[in-house]
Design a protein around this ligand. Structure first.
Ligand code: SAH
Length: 454
C-alpha cells in the first residue's frame, strides 16, 4: 500500500502507532515492532514509585523538543518519543512531571517523564498553569464518567468503558465498569505511579464495590518498564462472574480470568447491528469468545441456528454458559481452530445466511500489515463461499495498523476473486464509550463491515 493512500494524520511526528490501538488486548500482546524496543531486561523491573496522593504535580525539569518536531504537540498529540527530544534541562526521575518546550524554550505542554520507555513523555495538559496533581486527575476522570452518562451508559446493571486512554486525555489508562466493579488496565508508568489518586477519583465518581487491576503486566505495559500483576486494588473482587445486562441480554463476565478486561465492550453496537439482520438465518460466528455475536443473533435476532467457534476452551465454556443463561438453545458451540474449521465447513458444502468474523489482531505492527491482509483475505474469501446468495457478512478487524482503507481494499479483492457482489451496508467502528482523540488517531483500531453478498 503506497504511503500516499494512508489516511492523513496517521503519522504525527511524535512516533510510531501504539498504545491506544492496543486497547483491544486480545490473547496477544504488544506489536512486534515495539517488542524490539523493550529494554533488554529479562527480569521484570521494579514497580514504579508510587506518587503521594498530594503530589504537587509541578515540573521538575524541562524537555526541549528538536526544531521542526514541535508541531504535533501544539496539536495536542500526547506522545513524545526519545527521537523528538533535543535535550533535557534538569534530571527528572521516572514518573516526574516535566514541561515540554520548543528548542527555544517556549512552553508547549505538561506531561510525565519515563526514561525507561522510548515514549519519553506522555502529555496530559496543554496549559502552563495546570499542575498534574490529584484535583487534575479527578477532574479528568469526572469528565470521562460524565461523558458515559451523556451516552446513556451509566446503568449499574450494565457495563461501559469509563476511560479510554488518549480518547479521554488519560494516556495509558483504561477503565471498564462491569456492574459495580471496575477493571483497570494501566499501560503507562505515569498512570501506574498515580494509581492511588486515580482510585480515589474513581471511588468518588462511581462508588464501585471493588477495583481490579487487570492485564496490566501484559503487552504494552512492559514497554513502559512496568510489571503490575493482576490484583484487587480497592474493595472486593466479585465472587464468580459478574452479570451485566445489554438490552434484552445478560452476559456473565469473568473479571479475573477473562480476555481483555473480561468482555468485548467495543463490539456492543456491532452485536446489535448484526442481530438486526440475523432473523431466520443460519449463522456462523467464528472467533466467538464468550458468544457475544452468537447469542445476540440467536436471541435478539431470532436466527434459526448459530454455530459459534473459538480456539480457546475457556472462551467456548463462557460462550456455552452465556447461550444457556439467555435461553439460546439453538446455539452450538465448538472449540476448534477457526482456520481449519472454516475450511472443513466449506469442503463439506455447508451454507450459512450470515457469517461473522471477529479474529484476534493479525497485524501487530506496520511491518506485518501485508501478512495480516493476506490472512484477512483468506478467511473472508472462505466466508463468502460459505454464504448463500443474499447472505450477510459481518467482517471485523481490530488491527490498528490495518487502516480502514486497507481493510476495504481487502474486501474489494475478495469480491473480485469470488466473483460475488459484496454490497457494504455499514462500515462501523468501536462503540461510543471508546472515544478516539482527533489529535491521536492511533486510537482508532476496530473496523466492522456489514455487507450483503449476492
Ligand atoms: N467476537 C468476540 C470477540 C472475539 S476476540 C466478542 O464479541 O466477544 C478473538 C477470539 O479469537 C478470542 O476469543 C480468541 O480465543 C480467538 N482465537 C484466536 N485465534 C484463534 C484461532 N486460530 N481459531 C479460533 N479462535 C481463535
Amino acid at each position: 500500500m503506497p504511503e500516499g493512500r494512508r489516511r492523513p494524520g496517521r503519522k504525527p511526528g511524535s512516533g510510531p502507532r501504539h498504545d491506544a490501538k492496543d486497547q483491544r488486548h486480545r490473547s496477544d500482546s504488544a506489536p512486534e515492532g515495539r517488542r524490539r524496543d523493550v529494554r533488554s531486561s529479562v527480569e521484570p523491573p521494579p514497580p514504579p514509585a508510587a506518587r503521594a496522593a498530594d503530589e504537587p504535580g509541578l515540573p521538575t525539569a524541562t524537555v526541549l523538543v528538536k526544531a521542526k518536531r514541535a508541531r504535533p504537540f501544539f496539536g495536542r498529540h500526547p506522545w513524545v518519543l526519545d527521537t523528538a527530544i533535543e535535550r533535557v534541562e534538569g534530571t527528572p526521575a521516572d514518573g516526574d512531571v516535566v514541561d515540554l518546550a520548543t528548542h527555544e524554550g517556549r512552553f508547549i505542554a505538561r506531561g510525565v517523564w519515563n526514561a525507561s520507555s522510548r515514549l519519553r513523555v506522555r502529555l496530559y495538559a496543554f496549559e502552563a498553569d495546570v499542575p498534574l496533581d490529584a484535583p487534575f486527575w479527578r477532574s479528568r476522570i469526572q469528565t470521562a464518567v460524565a461523558l458515559r452518562r451523556t451516552l446513556g451508559l451509566d446503568d449499574r446493571s450494565g457495563a461501559a468503558r469509563l476511560i479510554n486512554s488518549e480518547g479521554d486525555d488519560l494516556s495509558g489508562l483504561i477503565v471498564d465498569r462491569y456492574g459495580d466493579h471496575l477493571a483497570v488496565q494501566v499501560t503507562s508508568l505515569a498512570m501506574a505511579g498515580r494509581l492511588d489518586a486515580i482510585c480515589d477519583a474513581l471511588e468518588a465518581a462511581v462508588k464501585p464495590a471493588g477495583i481490579l487491576l487487570r492485564g496490566a503486566d501484559r503487552g504494552l505495559s512492559k514497554l513502559e518498564g512496568l510489571h503490575l500483576p493482576d490484583r484487587v486494588i480497592r474493595g472486593t473482587a466479585p465472587e464468580g462472574p459478574v452479570f451485566i445486562r445489554e438490552g434484552n441480554l445478560s452476559w456473565g463476565v469473568d473479571l479475573t480470568e477473562g480476555q481483555k478486561t473480561g468482555f468485548y465492550l467495543d463490539q456492543r453496537e456491532n452485536r446489535r447491528a448484526a442481530a438486526l439482520l440475523a432473523r431466520d438465518r443460519r449463522v456462523l460466528d467464528l472467533f466467538c469468545y464468550s458468544g457475544g455475536f452468537a447469542v445476540a443473533c440467536a436471541v435478539t435476532g431470532s436466527a434459526s441456528s448459530v454455530l459459534a467457534v473459538d480456539g480457546s476452551a475457556k472462551a467456548t465454556a463462557l460462550a456455552r454458559a452465556n447461550a444457556d443463561f439467555n435461553g439460546a438453545a439453538n446455539v452450538t458451540v465448538e472449540t476448534a481452530d477457526a482456520f481449519g474449521r472454516i475450511d472443513s465447513l466449506a469442503a463439506a458444502g455447508e451454507k450459512f445466511g450470515m457469517v461473522i468474523l471477529d479474529p484476534p489482531k493479525f497485524a501487530r505492527s506496520r511491518g506485518s500489515v501485508e501478512e495480516a491482509l493476506r490472512a484477512y483475505h483468506r478467511i473472508n474469501r472462505v466466508a463468502v463461499d460459505l454464504l448463500e446468495p443474499g447472505g450477510i457478512l459481518v467482517s471485523c478487524s481490530c488491527s490498528g495498523s490495518v487502516s480502514r482503507d486497507d481493510f476495504l481494499e481487502m474486501l474489494s479483492a475478495v469480491a473480485q476473486r469470488s466473483g460475488r457482489q459484496i454490497a457494504m451496508l455499514e462500515c462501523r467502528g468501536a462503540a461510543p464509550d471508546h472515544p478516539v482523540s482527533a489529535s491521536c488517531l492511533e486510537g482508532e483500531y476496530l473496523k466492522c463491515v456489514i455487507a450483503r453478498v449476492a
